[in-house]
Design a protein around this ligand. Structure first.
Ligand code: FES
Length: 306
């Protein structure tokens, strides 16, 4: 890691360079990387820099008060020169580049995926606007970069006299064929969904940073692993991922709360109890795959392609 910069209260940015020099793999706006913090501890972070800049990646990390180890580890342990593994960029929040107009709505650390989107839209000469809410000026990251643009609205909702974003008005003002992107805390995403912005299907895009849904840890079912022929019992109090790791199954995961998509496994039989924010409603209804970090089973047995 090349550099650490204070961006706002509780938010640092980190510049990551390849150990052997050269270029980073290309990425599209909205992409993230999984950062391996220690054995068994990985976290996903959006790439913040302009995708046209290939010499480094920039990520930003909010030190969550209730951190389960990821952001606390980074804020407390990382120093310049730190060496660690990251994944190739993955994109669960891709941008439609030829939209007539793009509306971005961000809350808190949810601003991060919007920055490369803005860079790309500027390069393409596309029409866009950004609405960004933070608790206070001290907790608003990247305001210096954002203030270069006149299509940015920043509001503070945690100070005396502050106000909330008027999501209904933003949605109502957006052209019918605009694409809208929302990333921020769960309450904001729920409010965005409730505004029913998605006029033509697929024009409203959401990225969850952390789930507020409880993971399934009720246990009481078995996993049949079709490839290895093994059967594993998921006990009360453990997740499916806990049970798989405990049985020595090598399975990739990062967020461990159903938002990043890393732990997706094909389902061959049984009915999953989907608890994630990654699969679409259609995907969930089809029951073809499951996020094993957070989801459970509605049937006594679940057959997985493992
Ligand atoms: S590890 Fe992120 S969705 Fe399961």
């Amino acid at each position: 890691m090349k550099n650490i910069r204070w961006e706002a209260e509780g938010i640092n940015s980190y510049i990551l360079e390849p150990v052997d020099g050269g270029l980073m793999p290309p990425f599209e706006p909205g992409a993230h990387v999984d950062v391996q913090l220690s054995p068994g501890l990985a976290r996903s972070y959006s790439l913040v820099n302009d995708p046209a800049v290939r010499g480094y990646y920039e990520i930003a990390v909010h030190h969550a008060i209730d951190s389960r180890g990821g952001s606390r580890h980074i804020h407390e342990q990382w120093r310049v020169g730190e060496i660690f593994d990251i994944s190739e960029p993955k994109n669960n929040f891709p941008m439609v580049e030829d939209a007539s107009h793009t509306v971005m709505i961000a809350g808190g650390i949810g601003i991060t995926p919007m920055l490369p989107m803005i860079a790309r839209l500027e390069r393409l000469g596309r029409s866009w606007e950004l609405h960004y809410v933070a608790a206070s000026p001290e907790r608003a990251a990247y305001v210096d970069r954002l203030s270069e643009h006149d299509r940015v609205e920043i509001v503070y909702d945690g100070i005396p006299g502050g106000r909330r974003l008027d999501l209904k008005a933003i949605c109502a003002a957006a052209p019918t064929d605009a694409h809208l992107y929302c990333c921020g805390p769960g309450g904001m995403l729920d409010a965005f969904v409730a505004t029913n912005c998605d006029r033509p299907k697929g024009h409203a895009h959401i990225e969850y940073f952390s789930a507020e849904t409880e993971v399934a840890a009720e246990g009481g079912y078995t996993l049949e692993l079709a490839k290895s022929g093994r059967t594993i019992t998921v006990e009360e109090g453990e997740t499916m991922l806990d049970a798989l790791l405990g049985a020595g199954i090598d399975i990739g995961f990062a967020c461990a709360e159903g938002v990043c998509g890393t732990c997706e496994v094909k389902v061959l039989g049984g009915v999953p109890d989907h608890r994630d924010h990654f699969l679409t409603d259609e995907d969930k209804a089809a029951n073809r795959s499951i996020m094993v970090c957070c989801s459970g089973s509605k049937t006594a047995n679940l057959v997985l392609d493992l």
